[in-house]
Design a protein around this ligand. Structure first.
Ligand SMILES: Cc1cc2nc3c(=O)[nH]c(=O)nc-3n(C[C@H](O)[C@H](O)[C@H](O)COP(=O)(O)OP(=O)(O)OC[C@H]3O[C@@H](n4cnc5c(N)ncnc54)[C@H](O)[C@@H]3O)c2cc1C
Length: 291
């Protein structure tokens, strides 16, 4: 249970970052609080609530979809730009946000909270990876420079890199301000596939594919899979192997080559062999649903 001594609700970004940069007391960002209230480390003494920073908007700007850090999972589900019933490739964001949890949690849990706490098979994070998402953080600094350039304050990090280094990034006292991604071309399609103990359960594994098809040739191929590593991963080898190729001729061979590099750990939900075999099935289903 979270038991903090200080609760802050700053009105501006600089104030929020200054609070997070303090060495003592140990201070973290409070998003929706759904993870923090149950799972937070016991040494957290102060929280910075980002509710008043205006980070709850979804906007399109210069062919980029910009999703504020405090946008809730339910906002993603209801968004006209990416809700599950929206045409186009981005509907997969709303579809996977819906798959994260029940309505009560979705109404509070934020998109930034999801990428910070990303577990192995997070459907939303798998979809964000397949949509080329980037994480924008405020309060960064360039460690190699003695005098900081004001431009160093902002950092844009590809989501895959953020997932690998998230502890280091956040330990610098940074704050995620938005998740952003390019708007896919109108002919891009996407597909989310999953396996779970029951249809309503959180997935054991999931896969998201996104690409455009013209005359049997695949373009702008993105494939991500959850449940085979500590966080969801992009299948870059497969993406590269299928790009501008005739899918019917290349898919099986490239999938096989990619799967050689995937080595999941087994656990109580599925053995390593099960996870590897099921990842192959789900990726095939996701790609074939578009082809
Ligand atoms: C009953 C229940 C069921 C759940 N089921 C699932 C599930 O199935 N799958 C799943 O993945 N999660 C699940 N969760 C956990 C949680 O709901 C999600 O991880 C959620 O996405 C967290 O978002 P939040 O906004 O509530 O994060 P918070 O709890 O507010 O924060 C989570 C972490 O992210 C950091 N953080 C939040 N926002 C920012 C920001 N803008 N910048 C920097 N750091 C930030 C916080 O400091 C903290 O370390 C569940 C929780 C509950 C209570």
């Amino acid at each position: 249970m979270l038991n903090v001594k200080e609760y802050h609700r700053p009105q501006g970004l600089m104030e929020a970052v200054e609070l997070l940069k303090r060495k003592q007391p140990r201070t973290v960002v409070l998003g929706g609080g759904t993870w923090l209230t149950g799972e937070a480390p016991r040494d957290i003494e102060a929280v910075v609530d980002i509710a008043n920073l205006g980070l709850n908007r979804i906007v399109i700007e210069n062919n980029l979809l910009r999703i504020g850090a405090a946008v809730t999972h339910q906002q993603l589900v209801e968004s006209g730009l990416m809700g599950p019933d929206t045409p186009g490739a981005l509907h997969v964001i709303g579809q996977t946000a819906q798959a994260m949890s029940g309505l009560n949690i979705r109404n509070r849990a934020t998109i930034a909270g999801a990428v910070v706490t990303a577990d192995a098979s997070s459907p939303l994070v798998t979809a964000l990876l397949a949509c080329d998402a980037e994480v924008v953080v405020a309060g960064a600094r360039d460690k190699s420079k003695e005098v900081q350039d004001p431009g160093d304050f902002w950092k844009v990090i590809p989501l895959a890199g953020f997932l690998t280094y998230r502890r280091q990034v956040l330990d610098e006292g940074t704050l995620i301000t938005e998740i952003r991604m390019p708007i896919p071309s109108p002919d891009t399609r996407s597909s989310y596939q999953r396996v779970a103990r029951t249809p309503k359960d959180y997935p054991i594994l999931c896969a998201v594919a996104s690409f455009a098809m013209k005359d049997g040739i695949a373009g702008n191929v993105r494939v991500a899979v959850g449940g085979v590593a500590p966080t969801p991963i992009r299948l870059s080898r497969l993406e590269f192997g299928l790009e501008k190729k005739r899918l019917a001729d290349w898919f099986e061979g490239e999938l096989e080559a990619q799967m050689q590099t995937v080595n999941p750990q087994g656990d109580w939900l599925g053995s390593a062999e099960y996870r590897k075999a099921m990842a192959r099935v789900l990726v095939r289903r996701a790609v074939m649903a578009i082809a």
